[in-house]
Ligand binder design. Structure first.
Ligand SMILES: [Zn+2]
Length: 654
């Protein structure tokens, strides 16, 4: 494994004494990995890797822990997910709202705090129980005087009240925007349900935090989004709905200014044919360091909960108000135009009929203007028929999908479809065996949670979180298969498999240290899996404080150097009024102690010069620098001695 030609290259970072899952072609698991200039220098045994340490090499002793390549998310909404935590939105996401009753109760409480006419703008979004529906009458009963714009979690429809329809000037005579519906009752009155983006935007453009987001806010959204992605263990994400050229340019500016730390691949979303014609002529790919724009995104149907899934069987509840967002002819023309730009084309579609229509358009475009590996993609693709699988295989069409939905939504899918539809639900094992390219993504905020443990949970167990029912157990994947899809598979879907997706010499040092070993842990414990440290290009971008980063001497004989500071558990812990921090110093040193929140906000800081060696204690009375009591929850305590830092968790009970 150790190549003599690299013997003179020294590492600037080594990670050793654990299990390093490389996801290389042999799926090797080694003990250690060496990094130089942001790239993998070598992977091998601890002994081999320690010899590569340079004079000022940093290191992490894994103490048996597991490293994998950084996870790559093939279907993410980075800027938009970051926006979800904007304080101006009413938080209506799971688990705050899980039913119609929850939503109405929350709105009723919230409305009391508003000025007349002030907007209620929800983040994305609420979930209801299966078969529950909601309309403007339900909202009017609790919000008579304030316009309200509330998006469903899936992002496939919104519900608005009468005040919102009035504000946007929507009435019986307002035509449906192309590819979307203003739902109406028998008298032709809008019901308050707006199906799909163009109809939703009729109201959304006026709602606080939607149409009016400033560039500065959008930068903050990107910043928050990338931090959340790092905490989950993603080192690359593919943002499959960038809504405008403005947003593409904001991503580029953010990258050019050096603030982007995640690898970001973007696709521009297109609603209507005219837009496709225009953009195809004027817009060129962008390749700007960590940021790439290289794809187009279309949609052909909606979602299960929205009842807009394009199934052949229109009697299914999931297809009750389904309609193709584009006719076959229009889709053919749009896909051809976009394919001819040389960029990738991805289509959001889940129903069997919609998938077949999409494949027809992709096949025609590729046949009329062939090129090697355009890597066109189906997003979600929940219910493909056997013939659709065959067509995907023959044409190299990638399926980019969300196994998390099996964990969280499969009971709902079953209620909203039938046994023959459910027999086709994400046949991932068959697809893998057939050589079809798969990629995984979490699709937040259209999914409940962003952590990749939910993708692994769905793919490996195929078990509903609520009912415990296992759906199509013969389609379960192994942990090895699921990890390969979430790394190399997603890398392939974004044309990045030669530089990311595995820990092999020459590739970027994008990696994650995990709380558990995905390969050996019990699948029933998967929900405990957490990222502890995330690195992009050799740079630590997230550190939960579980792993100590130290500098090492150049001579292998001295490795590893003893620690200068050792944390002892504070007492009491958990605590309420006060707690005593204690640590041991091996020599006299300057010590800096910082307390901060999980979000990284600093609470309190102490500096001690020439602190004597031995056991040291410090009492903390649970107040911040300004003397204000600190809110309950987890508090992180960092003790820094020179280059060395230990981080411990304190639990404050209130
Ligand atoms: Zn999505």
């Amino acid at each position: 494994a150790w190549s003599p030609s690299l013997a003179f290259d020294k590492a600037d970072f080594i990670i050793y004494n654990g299990k390093v899952i490389t996801v290389d072609p042999q799926d090797r698991v080694v003990e250690a990995v060496a990094i130089k200039d942001g790239k993998i220098l070598q992977a091998g045994t601890t002994q081999e890797i320690l010899q590569l340490a340079d004079a000022d090499c940093k290191s992490i002793d894994l103490r048996g822990k597991t490293v994998t390549p950084g996870l790559i998310d093939s279907h993410y909404h980075l800027m938009y997910y970051g926006a979800q935590f904007w304080p101006g939105y009413l938080n209506i996401r799971h688990p705050v709202v899980t039913s119609k009753a929850d939503l109405l109760q929350l709105l009723q409480q919230h409305v009391a705090s508003l000025q007349p006419g002030e907007w209620i703008s929800g983040n994305q979004g609420f979930t209801l129980r299966m078969f529950e529906t909601i309309n403007r009458g339900d909202l009017d009963a609790v919000i008579p005087n304030n316009p309200a714009y509330l998006r469903h979690c899936s992002g496939q429809y919104s519900v608005v009240n009468s005040a919102a329809l009035d504000s946007a000037g929507i009435d019986n005579n307002t035509p449906n925007p192309p590819g979307s519906l203003i739902m109406r009752d028998e008298q032709g009155n809008p019901t308050g349900i707006l199906s799909h983006y163009p109809a939703e935007n009729l109201v959304g453009q006026y709602a606080a935090g939607y149409g009016d987001r400033t560039d500065q806010q959008k930068f903050e959204d990107i910043e928050r989004g990338q931090q959340l992605a790092f905490e989950a263990g993603y080192t690359s994400v593919q943002d499959v709905i960038v809504g405008s050229i403005r947003d593409i340019m904001l991503y580029k500016q953010y990258a050019d200014s050096g603030l982007l730390k995640i690898r970001l691949y973007a696709m521009l979303y297109i609603d209507v044919e005219q837009e496709a014609d225009t953009l195809a002529k004027i817009f060129k790919p962008v390749d700007s360091g960590l940021f790439h724009f290289a794809g187009w995104k279309l949609a052909m149907d909606g979602g299960i909960a929205a009842r807009t899934t394009l199934f052949y069987d229109k009697s299914l509840y999931a297809a009750q108000i389904s309609y193709p967002y584009h006719t076959q002819d229009e889709l053919n023309r749009m896909v051809q135009t976009l394919h001819n730009t040389g960029l990738q084309v991805a289509v959001h579609v889940s129903g069997d009929e919609g998938i077949d229509m999409t494949l027809t358009a992709l096949e025609a475009a590729m046949k009329a203007n062939p090129r090697p590996e355009p890597r066109h993609r189906i997003e979600h693709g929940l219910f493909p028929t056997a013939s659709a699988l065959q067509r995907m295989k023959e044409n190299g069409i990638i399926l980019s999908t969300q196994p998390q939905w099996i964990s969280w939504y499969s009971d709902g899918f079953e209620q909203a479809t039938d046994a023959s539809a459910m027999a086709n639900l994400l046949p991932m094992k068959s697809m893998l065996d057939d050589g079809i390219h798969l990629a995984f993504g979490c699709d937040v905020p259209a999914s409940l949670y962003q952590e990749p443990k939910w993708a692994f949970n769905g793919a490996i167990l195929r078990r509903s979180v609520q009912s415990g029912i296992v759906y199509n157990p013969e389609q379960k994947l192994s942990a090895q298969e699921a990890l390969r899809i979430h790394t190399m598979g997603s890398a392939y879907a974004g044309f990045a498999e030669t530089t990311t997706g595995s820990l092999e010499p020459g590739k970027f040092a994008d990696l994650v240290i995990w709380s558990h070993d995905l390969y050996t842990m019990s699948p029933s414990k998967l929900i405990d899996l957490a990222a502890e440290l995330t690195m992009v290009g050799g740079r630590i971008v997230y550190d939960a404080g579980e792993n100590v980063v130290v500098s090492v001497a150049s001579s292998p004989a001295e490795l590893p150097i003893p620690r200068r500071v050792e944390w002892l558990q504070n007492y009491p812990n958990p605590f309420n009024a006060s707690t005593t921090l204690q640590f041991v110093l091996s020599a006299t040193a300057d010590v800096e102690i910082t307390l901060y929140t999980l979000r990284g906000e600093e609470l309190r800081k102490w500096r001690f010069e020439s602190c004597p060696a031995g056991l040291r204690t410090l009492n903390w009375d649970a107040v911040d620098q300004a003397g204000k009591p600190v809110a309950g929850g987890m508090v992180l305590c960092s003790i820094r001695v020179g280059e060395e830092r230990v981080v411990a968790k304190l639990i404050l009970l209130k």
